[in-house]
Design a protein around this ligand. Structure first.
Ligand SMILES: NC(=O)c1ccc[n+]([C@@H]2O[C@H](COP(=O)([O-])OP(=O)(O)OC[C@H]3O[C@@H](n4cnc5c(N)ncnc54)[C@H](OP(=O)(O)O)[C@@H]3O)[C@@H](O)[C@H]2O)c1
Length: 326
């Protein structure tokens, strides 16, 4: 009997293995077909962009400046909001005559209203196809207990309330064109790695964009969020961060921040502007874009880890208070 049951087991094993193999093959095949379908859908673009107006905030430098020039080259009708006259003149010099600039300070309701009226006159009956909320500030960044309440207000005034007020101002024109909103968040809107208003402001951008997307669904307005990792722009400039930290505590030596900024910041800003372009030009814009390898491989996976684990890692790599008790 022992021999007979042994034979039965031996006969069952290859059949079971075969069944498991077939199942995994089937799962693999379904995943492959799904990925291929997603890739082909993701690559579809709009038939024409020549008649599409896009308004971008914060075009003096960084991503906004680069995006304005790239969309201009692609044939979009770019309407660029710049904080300063110098920034506007600089952008105008390096673009085609069809790119138009206006001054916009997103912390001023009056300035926003003027920009909305200017855009309304530019776009006419067509409405506004794209709004890219890009303007942003980062400083002061530092330990929470060094901050005064106005330090938080200062950053949220631009990154949160500025973005919300600009969006509200342009919504009627965006609905008219069944357009798109592209909001610039950050990986720091998924994982709060430092003190100050920046991470808080980017978390609010995520929440506002999610609410807006769900509300605008009914009106055919698409909303995308771009979450860049760390890129070499004025926002991550060591000089400004150091100046701001010095202002908060003159004794501070931000060696680790220097290390992180120098080694981690990606100089290729086009990784971010390509996401913004896709959100404007693709037939099926994505809901979220992670820009940069650090965003994809480090910050986003880390944001799904248990908080205690992330806390230990950040406590190890970030600067520590000189008078700490543990
Ligand atoms: N660089 C990164 O690693 C990184 C990562 C994640 C997210 N981001 C986000 O990307 C966006 C663009 O930043 P960036 O990296 O390209 O830095 P940037 O070069 O400093 O760009 C920010 C732009 O916003 C403008 N701005 C500042 N305050 C404004 C205000 N009150 N009203 C209107 N415009 C204002 C700035 O004008 P001035 O140049 O005249 O000051 C500048 O043109 C920001 O929202 C930032 O938070 C950046």
């Amino acid at each position: 009997t022992e021999g007979a049951s042994g034979q039965v087991h031996a006969a069952r094993l290859p059949a079971q293995n075969l069944g498991a193999c077939a199942m995994w093959l089937y799962v693999g095949l379904v995943a492959l077909v799904w990925a291929l379908g997603w890739y082909l859908r993701d690559r579809q673009t709009l038939a024409s962009v020549q008649d599409k107006h896009v308004f971008i905030t914060g075009c003096d430098s960084g991503f906004g400046h680069m995006l304005a020039k790239r969309l201009d080259r692609k044939g979009f009708r770019v309407l660029a909001g710049c904080l300063t006259q110098k920034g506007a003149a600089n952008l105008q010099r390096s673009s085609s005559p069809s790119l138009r600039t206006t001054l916009l300070d997103v912390t001023s309701s009056e300035s926003i209203q003027q920009a909305v009226e200017w855009v309304r006159a530019e776009v006419g009956e067509k409405g506004l196809f794209g709004l890219v909320n890009n303007a942003g500030v980062a400083n002061p960044i530092g330990p929470t207990e060094w901050m005064r309440i106005q330090d938080f207000r200062q950053v949220l005034a631009v990154n949160t309330f500025g973005l919300i007020e600009v969006t509200l101002g342009f919504l009627p024109l965006l609905k008219q064109a069944r357009g798109r909103v592209v909001n610039t968040s950050s990986v720091l809107g998924r994982l709060s790695a430092n003190g100050g208003g920046y991470c808080i402001s980017k978390y609010t951008v995520e929440a506002f964009s999610d609410s807006l997307r769900r509300d605008m669904y009914h009106f055919g307005v698409r909303v995308s969020i771009v979450e860049p990792g760390f890129f070499k722009t004025a926002v991550t400039s060591l000089d400004t961060i150091e100046a701001s930290l010095q202002q908060l505590w003159s004794q501070l030596a931000p060696e680790v921040q220097r290390l992180i900024m120098n080694f981690i910041c990606d100089p290729d800003l086009s990784k971010v502007t390509s996401c913004m372009e896709h959100a404007l030009q693709a037939k099926h814009p994505r809901t979220r874009y992670s820009a940069g390898w650090d965003a994809k491989l480090l910050w986003l996976p880390a944001s799904y880890l248990p908080a205690f684990l992330v806390d230990v890692v950040l406590a190890t790599i970030l600067p520590k208070p000189a008078l700490r008790v543990r």
